[in-house]
Design a protein around this ligand. Structure first.
Ligand code: NAG
Ligand code: NAG
Ligand code: NAG
Ligand code: NAG
Length: 380
């Protein structure tokens, strides 16, 4: 019987010493659990540190010899110590808090040691995927532990990318990566960030598309297709740097017709956006449709170009120029004839009625008019 009890106790202590672990979120508070029936004296230690993390006896904290890294960040649940709760509350978790902790509890007659492994996580909140001068870059900031970065092109993994990890003063990682192959239209580029221990994965993708229409045509752009686990995703369609066209949290809330700066827009559940009768040149530019959830973000970046109708303009310009030239020629012709007429008059006054021009034999209407007027004048 005694043997069974010992085996059980041994098993229990192995379980406690090897399995106890706690994952704490960077900068927030975290409880290192420990319970013991011997709770008159409580010491918390960390591997590699000589001084204690926290010390409690005579029903009070004694922190004179506390390790400097833990100053002002530790407390016990003092009201629960008499019930055997020796847990330590550690606030403002730092990356350097990672490691193995020992909870030493004792009475004057007995003591107990328990070990807890503390791990720190600074989860990925957002991954920045940018298309700039034909290059796609992916960056993430303030994560812990070090993230792994991977790229894929239309779903196939690619190895051609640069990677630059940096550690900030808090020990958090920032990674910036540039996809080093030429970026193609209608291709989906995906950057995935996962923490080294696979505890978290964040996927973000970008797809460049181009649409060229003539003024007055309908423009069709795409929003990212829904992923299987996108129950909580939001869809945002923006134009340029800031103008929000659409911002919905559920595809089922799809509004029937959207009006945006005088443009009629329709979105279908498959993610196709149609902008009707687009002719306002100010709406030439970049349309960004983003589908985002807690773990992923997909983006389609559509460059819409509205071509003003060149052939039509050409015809109009041609007609205007032709009319102008014709008018100028007419004016010149008229001026010439008027000058010629004055000369006639002069001739007629000089040689009293001697009509030199009649010998032409083929006078036109203008000539006749002038001759008529000269005859009228020369006959008083
Ligand atoms: C000790 O008390 C705190 C605060 O109520 C609680 O969060 C923790 O789980 C308790 N720990 C144990 C081992 O009972
Ligand atoms: C990576 O890019 C270089 C040139 O930029 C190219 O020569 C090489 O074949 C690429 N590698 C792969 C795996 O695509
Ligand atoms: C991209 O897709 C659009 C629409 O499907 C098509 O009109 C266009 O030609 C494609 N571009 C390329 C470079 O394949
Ligand atoms: C979309 O709406 C949500 C709340 O409904 C808001 O938090 C978010 O900032 C909006 N996004 C844009 C781009 O307007």
């Amino acid at each position: 019987m005694q043997q069974i009890v010992w085996t059980f106790l041994l098993f229990w202590s192995i379980l406690l010493t090897t399995r106890a672990g706690v994952t704490c979120v960077w900068s927030s508070g975290c409880v290192l659990p420990c319970s013991s029936q011997y709770h008159e004296i409580i010491h918390w230690y960390k591997d590699g540190k000589k001084n204690s993390v926290h010390t409690f006896y005579d029903k009070a904290d004694h922190l004179d010899y506390q390790d400097a890294d833990y100053k002002g960040r530790t407390s016990l649940f003092q009201d629960q110590v008499p019930q055997g709760n020796a847990s330590l509350l550690l606030s403002s978790i730092r990356t350097t808090d990672e490691g193995r902790y020992k909870c030493y509890t004792a009475t004057s007659s007995d003591n107990r040691e328990q070990f807890i492994q503390l791990s720190v996580r600074a989860p990925v909140k957002n991954v920045d995927l940018k298309l700039k001068s034909g290059e796609i870059s992916c960056s993430v900031e303030g994560v812990y532990p070090e993230p792994k970065i991977s790229w894929s092109e239309d779903g196939s993994p690619v190895e051609n990318f640069s990677k630059e990890p940096l550690r900030d003063k808090d020990g958090l990682f920032s990674v910036s990566s540039v996809f080093t192959q030429s970026v193609k239209e209608n291709t989906t580029y995906t950057c995935s960030i996962s923490l080294v221990d696979e505890s978290q994965k964040y996927t973000t993708s970008l797809r460049p598309e181009n649409v060229a229409i003539s003024s007055g045509q309908d423009a069709t752009i795409h929003c990212p297709a829904s992923q299987e686990n996108s129950g909580d995703s939001t869809i945002t369609l923006t134009f340029g740097d800031s103008s929000t066209i659409l911002n919905i949290s559920q595809i089922s809330q799809l509004p029937k017709d959207i009006e945006w700066k005088g443009e009629k827009i329709q979105l279908t559940p498959d993610g196709t956006v149609t902008i009707y009768n687009l002719e306002n040149q100010e709406h030439t530019g970049t349309y960004r449709c983003v589908r985002a959830s807690a773990r992923s973000r997909q983006e389609v970046l559509t460059q819409v170009q509205i071509k003003s109708d060149h052939t039509k303009t050409g015809v109009v310009v041609g007609v205007v120029v032709t009319v102008f030239i014709v008018v100028v020629i007419c004016i010149i012709v008229v001026i010439c004839w008027v000058k010629k007429g004055t000369k006639h008059r002069k001739n007629q006054t000089d040689s009293s009625g001697n009509n030199t021009n009649s010998s032409n034999g083929n006078p036109n209407e203008q000539e006749q008019d002038i001759m008529l007027s000269t005859t009228d004048r020369s006959s008083p």
